[in-house]
Write a protein that binds this ligand. Structure first.
Ligand SMILES: Cc1ncc(COP(=O)(O)O)c(C=O)c1O
Length: 421
């Protein structure tokens, strides 16, 4: 871990660290939005919407060309035939989340996938029906678990249990998460946590939580909206039952981009697993015989419902090519350096006016609680060309994205925050 000190608290020092950075060239593969005055902006919103890879236009145009040239035959013709197009993403996804290729699939959108997974993995009984979530879970995830509880005839207020922060802390300590799982014991059906948490940036230990859930007879799934492309993941080895993610944040696929799903191998061929099914999940070699019976593909593809949106997959392909080149271990190492640097600068330069609530178990997102009126401040930041985001009532979320932010960005941001505060 790099230790930063006062000699790093200078623009020249930030520039020198960028100069020595072996991954600096990835930045030039992205478009950065301009500041309102036309100058260079600062972008720290990779946890919300990742920047556009310069190649995305080309990968989408390739498919527009195929459509123009081949019409329906584009399913079989052209440089990337559409019928197996989603398979172009599978290998990259498997590397990103630490899974076998048979365990991942690009499909649907995040909340849709969360419901699809809960149809398969939330199997309540009269006595074992509770779902454990974070106390500050993303609203859509709360709506999803509440509606699943109601769908199975349970009352959400008795079914959904929120993790309680450790007394005297803003987040819940790792050992406390495990204790709360043990306390739910036989009543617990599913642990479903956002990893990282969207509002605190806290990262939970996958293997420990999966183990604790299993020891208590429950299943365990994660929402990786803020984890994929950010954390180093080993979902297969950590024995996670399922995971879902979107691709428009750290994965830079563009607004509303196609989402992802992981299903542990041990569940894929489980007999009689409850699952909602559609024609894209049935045996590829007989699909177009148009028979009435579903014959599940023996991979995560069995959960696919529809033929996928090719343009969304195409923009994601542009970003996956960059991730394949950069690799997650190198990105996480770079992410740790940048995040550590930003943390040091914020504490050193603005420490009295804000506090960082993200614990040391984290990825690249730092969540900061402001003492001044945050809405006013965000307005000023935007006018100065700084894009970071604000969540009610007083949280700023700031992400030095491991692929395209650099040390100079972090230094300039800390100076703007200091001046503005
Ligand atoms: C943690 C979390 N869950 C769920 C969602 C909802 O995602 P979608 O609209 O893609 O379903 C988001 C979106 O930002 C999120 O951050």
């Amino acid at each position: 871990m790099t230790i930063y000190n006062s000699k790093h608290n200078h623009l020249d020092s930030a520039k020198a660290m960028d100069g020595e950075d072996s991954m600096k060239h990835f930045r030039s593969k992205f478009h950065f939005p301009k500041a309102p005055n036309g100058g260079e902006g600062l972008y720290f919103c990779g946890h919300s919407l990742g920047l556009m890879p310069k190649d995305a236009r080309k990968t989408i145009e390739t498919e527009l060309d195929s459509w123009e040239k081949y019409g329906v035959e584009g399913h079989f013709e052209g440089p990337f035939p559409w019928l197996p197009y989603h398979e172009n993403i599978t290998k990259s996804f498997s590397k990103l989340v630490g899974a076998k290729e048979s365990e991942v699939i690009a499909m649907n959108t995040l909340t849709v996938n969360l419901h699809m997974m809960m149809i398969s993995f939330y199997r309540p009984t009269k006595t074992r029906y509770k779902i454990l979530i974070e106390n500050n879970t993303f609203p859509s995830d709360k709506y999803a678990v509440d509606s699943q509880a109601r769908f199975h005839g349970f009352n959400p207020s008795d079914t959904i249990v929120e993790l309680k922060p450790t007394p005297g802390k803003k987040t819940v300590e790792p050992e406390d998460v495990l204790r709360q799982i043990r306390e739910l014991g036989d009543s617990l059906a599913l642990v479903m946590l956002g990893n990282c948490n969207y509002l605190s940036g806290q990262c939970f230990n996958f293997a420990d939580i999966a183990k604790a859930a299993h020891e208590n007879g429950a299943l365990c799934g994660f929402n990786l909206a803020h984890g994929v492309g950010n954390l180093l993941l080993n979902l297969h080895d950590d024995d996670v039952d399922f995971a879902v993610w979107c691709s428009y944040k750290y994965l830079n696929s563009g607004p509303g981009g196609i989402a992802g799903c992981f299903i542990h191998e041990k569940h894929i061929t489980e007999k009689n697993i409850p699952r909602f099914e559609g024609w894209w999940g049935t045996n590829k070699s007989t699909r177009f015989k148009m028979g009435p019976n579903f014959d599940a593909i023996p991979t995560a593809e069995a959960w696919q419902l529809s033929n996928p949106p090719i343009f969304q997959l195409a923009s994601l392909r542009a970003s996956m090519n960059i991730f394949d080149e950069a690799t997650m271990p190198a990105l996480r190492a770079r992410g740790d350096k940048l995040t550590g640097y930003l943390e040091y600068l914020l504490k050193e330069n603005c420490g009295e006016r804000l506090s960082i609530i993200t614990p040391k178990e984290r990825g690249s997102m730092l969540c900061v609680q402001l003492k001044d009126d945050p809405k006013k401040l965000v307005k000023v930041f935007t006018e100065k060309g700084v894009l970071l985001d604000f969540r009610e009532p007083d949280i700023l979320r700031i992400t030095p994205a491991p692929l395209y932010n650099n040390f100079e960005d972090c230094y300039k941001l800390s100076q703007i925050i200091k001046e503005t505060l």
